[in-house]
Design a protein around this ligand. Structure first.
Ligand SMILES: *[C@@H]1O[C@H](CO)[C@@H](O)[C@H](O)[C@H]1NC(C)=O
Ligand SMILES: *[C@@H]1O[C@H](CO)[C@@H](O)[C@H](O)[C@H]1NC(C)=O
Ligand SMILES: *[C@@H]1O[C@H](CO)[C@@H](O)[C@H](O)[C@H]1NC(C)=O
Ligand SMILES: *[C@@H]1O[C@H](CO)[C@@H](O)[C@H](O)[C@H]1NC(C)=O
Length: 305
């Protein structure tokens, strides 16, 4: 009889324990912890996106007259290739991870005129090609109108890039690469085109050194030819400099031929999607990617490249 009683107590206790467990699992706090933003901070596959306005994204940005003033606004169109995905997060202007969505560079260098860039198409394509890639953390850092002389130590865009990269890495994120689209300012005039190659090499070396990542994969866009009304007399000089970069783990992506919008310099939305895919294929071709063991993949860069 007594033994029976004990069994009964144990049964009741077990039941209570089970109920409290279920309650805990379903509690507000637990649900919060389960959400993408907080769950995935560890092992985030981090990509930095920097350069000028085409990396920031101007796809779908149209001129609109508001109260007699000409303003630029984004038409809001998001192609299927750029839709949000719960495995894609972005490091926002407030330095917090959130679900990524267009316009990706929002709050970094622009408010109203921010449009579609290559980042979301890139990340979605990587996940399409390799569903085990893991969570992709995009860190937008692009700034329109910044000549290469601004992308150096002690200057805001560069320092912000390094700072945001390090913050993104803090919780266990692994920096996998930099997507770089730059040069629009330096083709217009000034002295920027003269030492473009040397300064770009310096940027690459400094960044790798500041991020402690000597073989950081860099996907470097070679500028497409601008068209009227944009004036870019030094396009050949800048393209030649960009094409002459010969550094290990720097892949050049020639954007020549991608569709350019009516302003003569900014890629259209379909062109940005194409560019995003080019970035993805270039990254995946960099090495033979083995998704089952991401750590060895990371080491692979350091040992074999
Ligand atoms: C995830 O949690 C964060 C912070 O707790 C919150 O800001 C965000 O809205 C949540 N996202 C979802 C999809 O519930
Ligand atoms: C138009 O621009 C002027 C000068 O910048 C500004 O004062 C005015 O508020 C603007 N109007 C609208 C409707 O935005
Ligand atoms: C790039 O550099 C490597 C050695 O670092 C050299 O073997 C190769 O020929 C160079 N390529 C070009 C196109 O200059
Ligand atoms: C990468 O994979 C392809 C196809 O499996 C193979 O042909 C190629 O030799 C591999 N390259 C390296 C560097 O292992």
């Amino acid at each position: 009889m007594l033994k029976h009683k004990n069994d009964e107590i144990i049964l009741i206790l077990t039941f209570l324990l089970l109920v409290s467990n279920i309650c805990w699992l379903m509690s507000q706090k637990r649900v919060k912890e389960c959400n993408t933003t907080s769950r995935v901070k560890k092992n985030v596959q981090v990509f930095l996106l920097a350069g000028q306005s085409n990396m920031a994204g101007r796809g779908g940005v149209i001129r609109k007259i508001v109260g007699g003033n000409v303003t630029k606004v984004w038409n809001g169109f998001v192609p299927q290739e750029c839709k949000p995905n719960q495995k894609i997060i972005r490091f926002n202007a407030a330095q917090k991870w959130e679900e990524a969505h267009e316009p990706l560079n929002y709050g970094i260098d622009c408010l109203a005129s921010c449009g579609l860039g290559p980042g979301m198409a890139f990340a979605n394509e990587i996940l399409k090609r390799d569903s085990n890639f893991g969570v992709i953390g995009l860190v937008p850092c692009a700034r329109g109108g910044t000549g290469l002389f601004k992308w150096r130590r002690g200057s805001l865009p560069y320092d912000e890039l390094v700072k945001r990269a390090k913050l993104a890495e803090k919780d266990g994120g692994i920096i996998r690469g930099l997507l770089w689209y730059h040069g629009e300012s330096d083709v217009k005039g000034g002295d920027g085109y003269r030492d473009y190659k040397i300064n770009l090499e310096k940027f690459i070396h400094d960044l790798r050194s500041d991020l402690n990542s000597p073989n950081l994969p860099i996907l470097q866009v070679v500028l497409p030819y601008p068209k009227k009304p944009f004036k870019g007399p030094y396009i050949e000089e800048v393209r030649t400099a960009q094409l002459a970069i010969n550094i290990s783990n720097v892949i050049k992506i020639d954007a020549k031929g991608l569709e350019i919008g009516p302003d003569g310099i900014h890629l259209t939305t379909p062109a940005q999607v194409q560019l995003g895919h080019m970035f993805a294929h270039a990254f995946l071709s960099l090495i033979n990617f083995t998704s089952s063991n991401t750590f060895s993949f990371y080491k692979f860069f350091h040992i074999f490249s």
